[in-house]
Write a protein that binds this ligand. Structure first.
Ligand code: PMV
Length: 330
């Protein structure tokens, strides 16, 4: 009989080269398209979960603050799924810490829900396969299903809950791509990713995006596997622009970019004229992820940090997926 119903997991955020935008089934986070991502070595969440018989309610603490854990809460939803799978009804304490600043505009949903999925399932005595873990994390946030996989992942959209999960596209050693997160805005973003997903379907261009994605995904996979950096970079930019066209033409329109976003994009264009290759990808916020090769990492980072709009940068290389760790947070 297992004595300690407690486990801790560490899990990375990931950056999507092909992005998930718009939900086919918002209840279970089913996407319209496959997406492709890389785990980030220096943006991660550590989460401890403990189930205790005498607890009267679930309590959740994120970055030292207690958050409301009502019935509709996404954390409670994951705990409920785990309880059902493990056939226990004990309440839990969840403590979660991100290593990146909460107000830096870096999404913590992927690292947070993938860490929660692993820690909660282990604490409940379950031994899930990677596929099961990816599905469980997906219930918290779609992009979290990619963070459980080591290195580079592809989320296969699937047809239903059981067929929608991420698999490995390549191990982390395959290509030492660098993602420099350029943090310019510290304020909390105004339009949540959840709202953005919902609004996407109102864009008159959404159907065109899905049509274009078929070829783009295939080309991106190919250029990635052949390590054709220039073509790969052009594709990730095309994909980013496509997502933001959808956001800007949604009802109501969503503008995630700000002045600083354009400053960085223009810089990258100028550098390319010098023959110096770095490309942008942007999620649901103004901060830019600059993708470059390892040989250029120092120079790119140096130049980015010299821009007056830039508060700080976080340099990432490809990373492992979710892991159990020994040291509990409480
Ligand atoms: O997993 P969510 O619901 O936080 O959505 C993530 C959306 C993007 O970051 C913009 C794209 C992606 O695929 O990660």
């Amino acid at each position: 009989m297992k004595k300690l119903y407690k486990a801790t997991a560490k899990s990375p955020a990931n950056i999507a080269f092909i992005k998930y935008w718009g939900k086919k089934d918002p209840q279970i986070n089913l996407p319209f398209n496959n997406s492709i991502s890389m785990n980030l070595s220096h943006c991660f969440t550590v989460t401890t979960v403990e189930f205790v018989k005498r607890f009267r309610k679930d309590r959740v603490f994120i970055n030292d603050k207690e958050v409301f854990a009502g019935k509709k809460d996404r954390v409670v939803n994951i705990l409920n799924i785990v309880r059902k799978m493990a056939k226990i009804d004990w309440k839990a304490r969840v403590v979660s810490q991100n290593n990146f600043p909460a107000d830096a505009g870096i999404a913590s949903s992927a690292s947070g829900f993938s860490a929660l999925a692993l820690a909660a399932s282990k604490a409940a005595g379950l031994d899930l396969t990677l596929k099961e873990l990816s599905i469980l994390a997906r219930f918290g946030s779609g992009s979290a299903c990619r963070s459980v996989i080591d290195g580079f992942a592809e989320w296969k959209k699937g047809k239903d809950s059981q067929t929608s999960f991420a698999v490995q596209l390549a191990p982390l050693e395959f290509w030492n791509l660098i993602d420099i997160v350029v943090v310019m805005a510290k304020e909390k973003k105004k339009i949540s990713t959840t709202e953005g997903h919902a609004a996407a379907l109102t864009s008159p261009h959404y159907k065109t995006r899905l049509k274009e994605l078929k070829a783009r995904i295939k080309n991106l996979r190919e250029t990635f596997l052949k390590k054709q950096f220039k073509k790969f970079g052009e594709l990730i930019e095309e994909e980013t622009i496509s997502l933001h066209i959808i956001a800007m033409t949604s009802n109501p329109p969503i503008f995630y970019w700000d002045k600083g976003t354009m400053v960085v994009i223009n810089e990258l264009y100028n550098w390319r004229e010098e023959g110096f290759l770095a490309y942008f990808t942007i999620d649901a916020g103004p901060n830019v992820h600059v993708i470059c090769r390892q040989k250029d990492e120092r120079k790119v980072n140096q130049r980015l940090k010299e821009l007056p709009e830039v508060l700080f940068t976080i340099v990432n290389h490809p990373a492992k997926g979710s892991r159990l760790v020994e040291k509990h947070l409480f």
